[in-house]
Design a protein around this ligand. Structure first.
Ligand code: TXA
Ligand code: MG
Length: 324
């Protein structure tokens, strides 16, 4: 079991000493190490069993720290995005400074940075006095963690698990955008949507072709976020389910049989609530020994629904289309 507690000072000392700390952010739990300590960052890959071609996100607590990470001149669009959306669930990919370790960027000439809004996360970075590299604190390819127990279930070899009373309120990973002059391209959908960007006067697109040129990484892999049991998507509730099924729905309008385990992510189909409870519902089904097959309702691909379905389709990749 990973030692845990809410001692931010202790967690910061561990980061400074080159250790690993799992910590909450507003999106999901991260597994952090000092971004400029290559050995510590290498241990993140080891603990997560993550392939080294998948670059990490660097977390900052103040805008000045951008100068340690992004090559100057920093595109004006970066500051515009930062002003609008930081601290918050937006990750910006920009040309990196030479000193940023290759292990963070998988040898790419760009680095991904975000300033989290979760106060515990920001305080940790502030006290560690260094940007913190942190992927989500799950094993590679598995369900992302939104609760401390999700981290405990999947990881060992971590020095400390920092907890907090403040909720992980968004529940899915940040939106990742690559800067290309005055335009940003969405590489991974998240709670900040294309509409949020364009409504704020930002030129934005979601160009898959450009994205796959920018990087070949599991953020873009077809299978990811997967539970250890078959997961099937459905759009209309099937009349019968196999025995030992667990069902995830997004409203309380269904009359589900008593003998079937059910998780309701949102009583009235509210997208932000569905996102917040999505990974938790998958963990719950994965952990229940009486469940062999998981069924999940799809949502409309609008707004945050795009990010939700990105996660659901990747989690269900191996069984996709069966019940649609
Ligand atoms: O919400 C989040 O972003 C969470 C919390 C902990 O902050 N972190 C997270 O990290 O989701 P991770 O490692 O699971 O996802 C990192 C993804 C990569 O898979 C890739 O898609 C993208 O960020 N990425 C990182 N560096 C990149 C780069 N230089 N170019 C393009 N994409 C990059
Ligand atoms: Mg991840």
């Amino acid at each position: 079991m990973i030692p845990y507690g809410n001692d931010i000072e202790k967690a910061a000392q561990i980061i400074k000493a080159g250790g690993l700390v799992a910590f909450p952010t507003e999106t999901v739990y991260g597994l952090g190490a000092s971004a400029f300590n290559k050995v510590a960052v290498a241990r993140i890959f080891e603990v997560k069993q993550r392939p080294s071609f998948d670059p990490l996100i660097v977390h900052i607590s103040s805008i000045d720290q951008l100068n340690m990470l992004f090559e100057s001149p920093i595109e004006p669009l970066v500051y515009k995005l930062a002003e609008l959306f930081w601290p918050g669930p937006l990750t910006i990919v920009h040309k990196k400074k030479a000193g940023v370790p290759d292990i963070i960027t998988s040898g790419l000439d760009t680095v991904a940075v975000r300033m989290p809004s979760h106060t515990t996360a920001r305080k940790l970075i502030e006290l560690a006095e260094i940007p913190i590299a942190a992927p989500s604190a799950n094993r590679f390819g598995r369900i992302s963690p939104t609760k401390p127990q999700h981290v405990q279930k999947q990881l060992t070899g971590v020095e400390y698990l920092l907890t907090s009373d403040e909720a992980v309120k968004i529940g899915i990973e940040s939106t990742v955008v690559a800067i290309d002059g005055d335009t940003c391209n969405i590489l991974r959908p998240g709670a900040i949507t294309l509409e949020h960007l364009t409504n704020n006067g930002i030129k934005a697109e979601s160009n898959k072709e450009k994205a796959s040129k920018a990087l070949s990484s599991p953020g873009l892999l077809k299978s990811h976020y997967a539970p250890l049991k078959p997961l099937y998507m459905f759009s209309r509730l099937p009349e019968t389910f196999p025995s030992n099924s667990g069902i995830i729905v997004h409203s309380n309008k269904y009359n589900l049989p008593d003998n079937i385990k059910t998780a309701i992510t949102s009583d009235n189909n509210t997208m932000t609530e569905i996102a917040a409870n999505l990974f938790e519902s998958l963990h719950q089904m994965e952990d229940d020994p009486s469940i062999d097959n998981i069924f999940i309702e799809v949502v409309e691909k609008n707004g945050i629904g795009i990010a939700i379905m990105d996660r659901v389709q990747k989690a269900a990749f191996h069984t996709e289309q069966r019940y649609l």
